[in-house]
Design a protein around this ligand. Structure first.
Ligand SMILES: [Zn+2]
Length: 287
């Protein structure tokens, strides 16, 4: 009898340990987002005001889940406050609207530096000599559950929603890419037919961007996307959200693929731009 009681107690304790996080999350999501948090989204992410009410509600829910589940760590003496948390989570969760995916299940921690940060990079030549260089970074996405961001560039990326440059969208696109098991420019798409279609369209546009970059021809996609298929996906994500009209006009098949994947049409959130020649823009830095 005593053994039975002990067994039942252990089973109940295990069940409680398994169910508690889900219960706490549901309880957190039942509470409406505090008004000061909504005000930050509205103030720092201009596109928020352009979303239809149901999408705003979805975004607030996902942001609340993001804030509940992810740790934020300030680096180089930065103290991470609500403004930083909301501005980062708000943009990251834009990529999840209308999609059944969970909120970056592989992500655990967001590290935030005050500005561009230096990281050592080792390069090994054929003779086995390791040369250490240090590069300025605006952001990094790791497959082990970390995203690293420069707050300066997060703020800049959020404030101008039409320049095609957004470090949060870029790094979180890398996170989505890695959910498929490898960072190769193809996020989880479901059926083999979707992967075939995706590969066909993206490899064509990737090749044309590599050629544009090589011959220094202007492209609506930042030349940094020519670095690799993974960078192409991240750069094209920035362009899809920030320059949707131009992307749809110049790369209609690519735009259609992204519309199917992200399940939104960002043209609904911004007016068509005036037909003026664009300046080439680029970070000129690694991310
Ligand atoms: Zn990148």
């Amino acid at each position: 009898m005593q053994a039975l009681i002990v067994t039942v107690a252990i089973v109940l304790a295990l069940a409680a340990a398994m169910l508690a996080p889900g219960w706490r999350l549901r309880r957190a999501l039942r509470r409406p987002m505090p008004q000061q948090h909504v005000d930050i989204l509205r103030r720092n992410i201009p596109v928020y005001a352009r979303l239809q009410a149901p999408l705003q509600e979805q975004l607030r829910q996902r942001v609340q889940q993001f804030l509940f589940q992810k740790k934020f760590v300030g680096c180089d003496g930065l103290v991470v406050d609500d403004e930083m948390r909301l501005t980062i989570a708000g943009q990251a969760c834009l990529l999840l609207l209308n999609r059944p995916s969970r909120v970056y299940p592989g992500l655990d921690t967001v590290l935030v530096y005050p500005s561009a940060f230096l990281v050592p990079r080792n390069q090994v030549d054929e003779a086995g000599v390791v040369t250490e260089t240090r590069q300025d970074l605006l952001g990094e996405s790791w497959g082990d559950g970390r995203v690293v961001l420069s707050w300066d560039h997060v703020r800049r990326g959020a404030s101008d929603w039409t320049d095609g440059q957004n470090v949060v969208l870029h790094e979180f696109a890398h996170q989505l890419d890695s959910e498929s098991g490898s960072n190769n420019g193809a996020p989880y798409l479901g059926s083999p037919a979707r992967y075939r279609e995706w590969a066909q369209v993206l490899s064509q546009d990737f090749a044309s961007l590599r050629s544009d970059a090589y011959y220094q021809q202007h492209s609506v996609l930042d030349h940094y996307g020519a670095t690799s298929p993974a960078e192409f996906f991240a750069v094209a994500t920035e362009t899809f959200y920030e320059k949707p009209w131009q992307l749809a006009e110049r790369h209609p098949a690519l735009f259609a693929e992204f519309e199917k994947y992200y399940r939104v049409d960002p043209r609904e959130w911004q007016d068509a731009p005036p037909a003026v020649p664009e300046q080439e823009a680029g970070y000129g830095q690694w991310r």
